[in-house]
Design a protein around this ligand. Structure first.
Ligand code: GDP
Length: 211
């Protein structure tokens, strides 16, 4: 998606990473509510894409980010910090079926405000359901981040749900629909742990300030 960020193919997968030592800090409704941060990545995706499960798995914690579909709570920006002070930001999901129109209308300015206005943002992790994605909304999101030059890493979730005999075809189909190479996408399963080491290493790399 953005050539400045090396894809998963460019690093060794032999390295086994430790869980990310994330701690919850605060929630906010807009950028101005968030504390300063030296470096930050954000995570976004359609509701139910597996975002909370992935954050929990990256940190190896069961209850860090809530795994739920409670619309009210998920309309906030949740901020987690690493011991270095770098932060991981959990953005509210899009595409909720049961959210009132008034709530839905708040999503776009909130996300756009964050992505365009948050100075320490290094990259966005855009989650796509590995079994069924990309959806129409996912493709709109991809178009928007490309148009606005937001450094973005695509992560395909729940790949354990794809039968092994169909996996190669599914990867090809998803990559093509997103106009990317397979090697530019992280293929993960929070349930089975697949791909988490590579993604953790990449997150750490993104959050390490240039020396
Ligand atoms: P969020 O709305 O994006 O935060 O999604 P959640 O993390 O709450 O997950 C939505 C649903 O997908 C829950 O029922 C999870 O148990 C399930 N889920 C999440 N990750 C995985 C995965 O890697 N594999 C499978 N099979 N299910 C998953």
């Amino acid at each position: 998606m953005h050539s400045a960020v090396p894809g998963p193919h460019s690093r060794s997968l032999e390295h086994v990473s430790r869980p990310l030592a994330l701690e919850f800090v605060t929630s906010g409704a807009k950028v101005a509510d968030l504390p300063p941060s030296p470096a930050e990545i954000a995570i976004v995706g359609r509701s139910n894409v597996g975002k909370s499960s992935l954050i929990n798995s990256l940190a190896n914690r069961k209850q860090l980010a809530r795994v739920s579909n409670t619309p009210g709570r998920t309309q906030l920006i949740n901020l987690f910090t690493l011991p270095t002070g770098a932060t991981v930001v959990d953005l509210p999901g899009y595409g909720f079926a049961n959210v009132p129109t008034r709530e839905k209308a708040k999503w776009q300015p909130m996300i756009e405000g964050y992505l365009l206005g948050r100075e320490p943002l290094q990259a966005l992790l855009l989650l796509i359901d590995g079994e069924i994605g990309p959806t129409k909304l996912d493709l709109q999101m991809i178009d928007w981040v490309r148009a606005n030059d937001i450094t973005t890493v695509l992560v395909a979730t729940k790949i354990d749900k794809v039968r092994p005999s169909r996996l190669a075809g599914r990867k090809q189909q998803l990559s093509k629909a997103c106009n990317l190479h397979e090697g530019d996408i992280f293929w993960v399963s929070a349930s089975k742990g697949t791909g988490l080491d590579a993604l953790r290493s990449h997150v750490e790399l993104l959050l390490t300030p240039d020396t």
